[in-house]
Design a protein around this ligand. Sequence first.
Ligand code: NAD
Length: 360
Amino acid sequence: MECKIGLIHGDGIGPEIVREARKVLDAAASKYGHTFSYTELLLGGASIDVHGVPLTEETIEQARACDAVLMGSIGGDAKTSPWYQLEPSRRPEAGLLGIRKALNLFANLRPAYLYDELREACPLREDISRAGFDMVIVRELTGGLYFGERKTEEIDGVRTAVDTLSYNENEIRRIAKRAFDIAMKRRKKVCSVDKANVLDSSRLWRKVTEEVAKDYPEVELSHMYVDNCAMQLVMNPAQFDVILTENMFGDILSDEASMVTGSIGMLSSASLNDTRFGLYEPSHGSAPDIAGQDKANPIATILSAAMMLRYTFDLDREADAVEAAVRQVLKEGYRTGDIWSEGCTKVGTAAMGSLIAERI
Ligand code: NAD
């Protein structure tokens, strides 16, 4: 298969971790007979340095011409970097929001998986962490409260602020379909999270999700209120396969789910639109404190590349191989500094990438 992949190296540790992910992708391509070609795109601080803005039309067009984009992280140290002297709309993060919008990336996927070998980092009670967990949060990314009308005004001398939470059935249907498609590649369970006991938008969410479920008879659909879900994530995370939810609930729950794994350098993510295109990136930031020191953990980016193989290119066998290689390296005791514990072998970014690539 021929795949056109855009690479955004980004800022801070970005170039180091993207380089390792590419190493692993090239190993998968050569083992399974694919041709991956790469186009380098500028975004964030790296784009400001060259063009004075964090995102250009050229980058958007180049991204559109690719099948998928793999990104490191963008941004710098807000206290010391000159990028943060610029007005907010010209800072690195504005580039990321801009590219998500330009490419209509409405579906955000955040897996949370607890590796046996990293169980010690899990902050949950031992009997809960022993059961492990393996879930994906599918969050609607372009609608709801964050994009609704808002205003602050004074009514009869009282300052009053209003935010609007609005969803139409088309927005709900397209994200629900995504969640069911993903469940079909996993354990075939979708838990739709809402607040249907209070919110109209949640009641519509529930109805439309049930309509979509009819097209996926193999997938088991359940519903859960968001307050209960926040509790269940720490009491019994093993029960979840795919969690489907709207923008703000997903923002909060995906951070909660990822933090119970305890390892920021391991968390991948994807943002998808209604074609097969996706923007794949680690959940963590650009870690300027360790940039250029061969200390960053490249695994979140490597696992994001595995998601790209699975969700954009439908290369499940190849994605499985990358994930298995990551597990194998952890089993053999290799760790970057952030996940290192007594008795393990500490390695740098480049060595970790090579170890994983060699095990494909
Ligand atoms: P961060 O995630 O970059 O770092 C938080 C802590 O985790 C730091 O101590 C860092 O060294 C460590 N860390 C993060 N990733 C690691 C890895 N792969 N391996 C080892 N250690 C790792 O968060 P921050 O410090 O709040 O943000 C730094 C910059 O990143 C800011 O400019 C912020 O805006 C940006 N940011 C970008 C994204 C993105 O590109 N999507 C996301 C979050 C933050």
